[in-house]
Ligand binder design. Structure first.
Ligand code: FE
Length: 229
């Protein structure tokens, strides 16, 4: 993917003071009327709309480019995380590279992360990982597309830290008591990806078939993959 003025725009506000890549103002002034709560648009959303209109008026980007970019978020990006994890399941060397440097490993598969670091955290029989952004909605968009509404909700962001097992239960995920639950807090520079355990009964499956088992929620850590009976 080449870098164009549009790419820079689409990746958001990396250059502004608190370097977040989405539209909200939770960090400085908690405001119940922002995008997360379906209120009127926040300051950054208004700024980003104004910027888009200006770039269109100057002929730097077209509404068509914006639409195509948003389609990528909706159509292609959400599947890339599953492809990365399926590759890690079948290719031990790739998994080692993914754990060592997630950003570089994803780049091998053509996924350019929007943050400086991607930390891939592996679930094991003893440890289950969950991802949150307690401040807002930092999320590995290049791998999972746009974050779901529940991920951005105050309910999830505040509760998952204090009662992760209760939150997991609401997603239908019951973990044995001996499993340690680790909650990872994302931020502008650092995104996380959960690498779930490959389910038993998938021996010999192709990478593509394995990817079909993996959903977005599993890569955030709120559910776990199972082989359909
Ligand atoms: Fe955030």
């Amino acid at each position: 993917m080449s870098t164009t003025p549009f790419d820079h725009y689409a990746r958001g506000h990396h250059d502004h003071d608190h370097a977040h890549d989405h539209d909200h103002d939770d960090h400085q002034q908690p405001n119940p009327a922002n995008e997360h709560d379906n209120g009127p648009p926040g300051e950054y959303e208004i700024m980003s709309r104004a910027m888009q209109e200006l770039l269109e008026a100057k002929g730097i980007i077209s509404a068509e480019q914006v639409r195509k970019r948003m389609e990528l978020f909706d159509e292609e990006f959400p599947y890339r995380g599953a492809q990365v994890v399926a590759r890690a399941w079948v290719d031990a060397a790739f998994k080692t590279r993914l754990i060592a440097d997630g950003r570089a490993a994803c780049a091998e598969m053509g996924a350019l992360l929007e943050a400086e670091r991607l930390i891939a955290v592996e679930n094991t029989p003893d440890v289950h990982n969950i991802i949150v952004c307690t401040l807002c909605s930092c999320y590995p968009r290049a791998l999972l597309g746009m974050p779901p509404t529940w991920y951005k909700s105050r309910n999830y962001r505040s509760r998952v830290v204090f009662e992760p097992r209760a939150v997991l239960r609401e997603f239908g995920t019951e973990l044995p008591d001996n499993v340690t639950v680790r909650v990872h807090d994302s931020n502008a520079d650092m995104r996380y990806l959960v690498v779930p355990m490959r389910p038993a009964g998938t021996e010999g499956w192709s990478e593509e078939k394995l990817a079909g088992l993996i959903s977005r929620d599993m890569l955030v850590g709120v559910t776990v993959p199972r082989v359909p009976v």
